[in-house]
Ligand binder design. Sequence first.
Ligand SMILES: Nc1nc2c(c(=O)[nH]1)N[C@H]1C(S)=C(S)[C@@H](COP(=O)(O)OP(=O)(O)OC[C@H]3O[C@@H](n4cnc5c(=O)[nH]c(N)nc54)[C@H](O)[C@@H]3O)O[C@H]1N2
Ligand SMILES: Nc1nc2c(c(=O)[nH]1)N[C@H]1C(S)=C(S)[C@@H](COP(=O)(O)OP(=O)(O)OC[C@H]3O[C@@H](n4cnc5c(=O)[nH]c(N)nc54)[C@H](O)[C@@H]3O)O[C@H]1N2
Ligand SMILES: [Mo]
Length: 782
Amino acid sequence: MTPSTPDPDRPRPEGAVGRSQSGGDGPADSKRPSHHPYHHPAAGWGAARSVGRVLIKERALLDGTRAMLSMNQENGGFDCPGCAWPDDTKGLKLDICENGIKHVTWEMTPKRAGADFFARHTVAELSQWSDFALEDQGRLTEPLVYDEATDRYVPITWQDAFALVGRELRALESPDQAAFYTSGRLGNEATFLYQLMAREFGTNNLPDCSNMCHEASGRALQASLGTGKGTADLKDWESADALFIMGVNAASNAPRMLTALADAYRRGAQIVHVNPLVEAAATSTIVPHEFTDMARFKATRTSTLDLQVRSGGDMALMRGIAKAVLEESRTDPKALDREFIERHTHGFEEYRALCEATTWEELEQQSGLTRADILKAADVYSRADRTLISWCLGVTQHEHGVDTVREIVNVLLLRGNIGREGAGPSPVRGHSNVQGNRTCGIDHRPGTEFLERLATACRIDPPFAHGMDTVDTIKAMNEDRVKVFVGMGGNFVLAAPDTAYTSQGLRRCELTVHVSTKLNRSHLVHGKKALILPCLGRTEKDHQRQGLQAVSVEDSMSMVHLSVGRRKPASPQLLSEPAIIAGMARATLPDSRTPWESYVEDYDRIRDTMAQVLDGFEDFNRRVRLPRGFRIKQPARELVFLTPSGRAEFSAAPLPAAAVPQDVLILQTMRSHDQWNTTIYSDNDRYRGIRNLRTLILMNGDDMRARGIEPDSLVDITATARDGSERYLKRYRAIAYDLPQGCAAGYMPEMNVLVAASDYSTQSNQPLMKNIKVRVAPSSGE
Ligand SMILES: Nc1nc2c(c(=O)[nH]1)N[C@H]1C(S)=C(S)[C@@H](COP(=O)(O)OP(=O)(O)OC[C@H]3O[C@@H](n4cnc5c(=O)[nH]c(N)nc54)[C@H](O)[C@@H]3O)O[C@H]1N2
Ligand SMILES: Nc1nc2c(c(=O)[nH]1)N[C@H]1C(S)=C(S)[C@@H](COP(=O)(O)OP(=O)(O)OC[C@H]3O[C@@H](n4cnc5c(=O)[nH]c(N)nc54)[C@H](O)[C@@H]3O)O[C@H]1N2
Ligand SMILES: [Mo]
């Protein structure tokens, strides 16, 4: 295929028909698709050019530039909603990234979707639009209710909207017939109020995006170390001798990590990337804020070893490293940190026996790597004094995600790589405040201690029985056990697995409520009654009775700090998320003793209550105003392990059975560079060299030949679920790509139609979004 001439992205005209009913489609399907390898460093001028284009396209050049300068600043700026990577500790004023800018300008668009827009279009009509076209209508401006008679969303007052929510919730036979979903962007204060509302109402049904993201990491770290979070912070990234970067596309999804990797390379650290794909971060970068490097086109390497592991092969690689280290320890006593193992861990002997019993053949077969490659990684690990291991969805969205994260910890424990500088586990979290959401109570399996403190401080009687997570909620909606669905941000119908089944569940609900900034698919796949409640974005001023309010957020490395919006709200009718929650709560719980109205007047009051309930939030209001906020205490970091044994626990899980029938490929679903979860900015994926194409499947060339698939030809994809049911995508384009045989890759959210809602990890309940068993054949043309 020849590259097409690069012309500026032209949004699909209003009213154009969506390409596929599966959703997730981007703007530009009239242009010729192309793909060719990308040979430039990550970030650098490619990113700078792209930023310029985005700003111009959104007509936000001036505002966008101003926003860049006030983002992630020490005092008074707003927190970048792009990702959860922490702010730089070295005082750099411009540690910004292309995708952060895209994300911020996306919120700042001057376009508006007001009542007149909804008067012109029925829901049936909007349902035919692409996802890009929906969001491209701009910011929502006033509360809307679905009117069945005209099949349109029509304006409703805030008061009537809250009354409707209250009426429907109170009409339920049990509070457990409601589910309260959170997307990980919600600030801490709103989060706290949201879970308080759900629990005072009487349910722990708090599904969240983390159920699809890092549930496995949380559970594994809790079991191994007694804390559900990583222990490393940015300073550790700055002093590690060896960094393992596993299952993350950092250049697109955590671009500020590139700075840390380039710095690491310069100081001579080893950087091992573990990924079936050689992603852009595994090559080199020009960090955009390093102006002299930009001017001289000077790229810095960001990798010293790339290991193209088989999909799901990470656990075997880790076990192989452990096996090699244990073998080495027979001749070199320094290979293990014996003192650490003796004083701080439990279960070592069992783990050692397990490693010894696992054969190299098995490890090679499972990991898809040669013994020599595994030994190279082991060598990096044993030579380093300080090792940090980082991971994201490539590790977690598998059946054995929990076991794999625990195996990562096992490896770290062997050489005492926890609780000291430059070392430790460091999951890369997703949404900018997804970690804060969990800290502040979004948890369908809350701990007893937390609930008891909540009961005392808030004088409520919370339920102690566990609630439903994402996959449970989808099933319950389909079985009429959940009748009211509230989405606090996000785009549930596209983000969740099994699009058709999830849609059906939402449509069965009595009421669906979405608190959102822009129009998205979840508003169109609605319950019998439906509300869209528009809220302030993070960049916008939040004025309440006591003045301008700030919210707090927690980054990937447990730093909590304030975020203050500086822009005029997109519409005078928008309410803040805390105000919307308080409004719904009061209407639902008219006799509640919770001071909902008073909380909204001044968020300091919410923080005062949070300080009484949440571990590590003592003196919250003062500490959050310190220049960089504060770090939540991490007991494991201080070698205090809150596990039953009081020690860090080695796990001894068997390796998963890897064999699949020969004609089956393991398909992973991932993000493109020009996408933020379900929001698609364009059909390009720059670092993978793809233009104007999202309906694709990346395949190994030999796998294509074996199936008689010509390069760039159309194929049909059939997924077979564990229960034997089949799901299809037709006429996708097969692209030959450098990935291991037996593996394939494509984009979320389009491919969620292939993920059966019943196919989730038995360890974490995470949908198997990186492990879909598919058969691919030349398209039948239908
Ligand atoms: N710009 C931008 N930033 C984002 C997001 C976004 O959509 N856009 N999303 C945010 C969110 S919510 C999250 S959770 C994160 C997601 O960040 P990522 O985890 O980077 O997300 P994915 O795009 O799913 O990419 C998964 C990566 O894992 C690799 N992989 C797949 N299977 C395996 C495997 O079995 N083993 C290994 N070792 N690797 C594997 C894939 O090749 C790919 O590089 O990013 C956050 N940041
Ligand atoms: N197949 C497959 N599916 C996946 C994944 C995968 O890798 N593969 N990844 C999963 C992961 S990791 C995640 S996190 C989920 C993401 O799931 P979600 O968090 O549910 O989805 P998003 O696309 O991030 O949500 C976008 C919407 O959020 C709303 N929004 C934006 N800003 C704000 C705000 O400030 N306030 C409020 N209230 N709303 C706002 C907008 O209306 C926008 O349309 O998807 C999951 N789905
Ligand atoms: Mo995520």
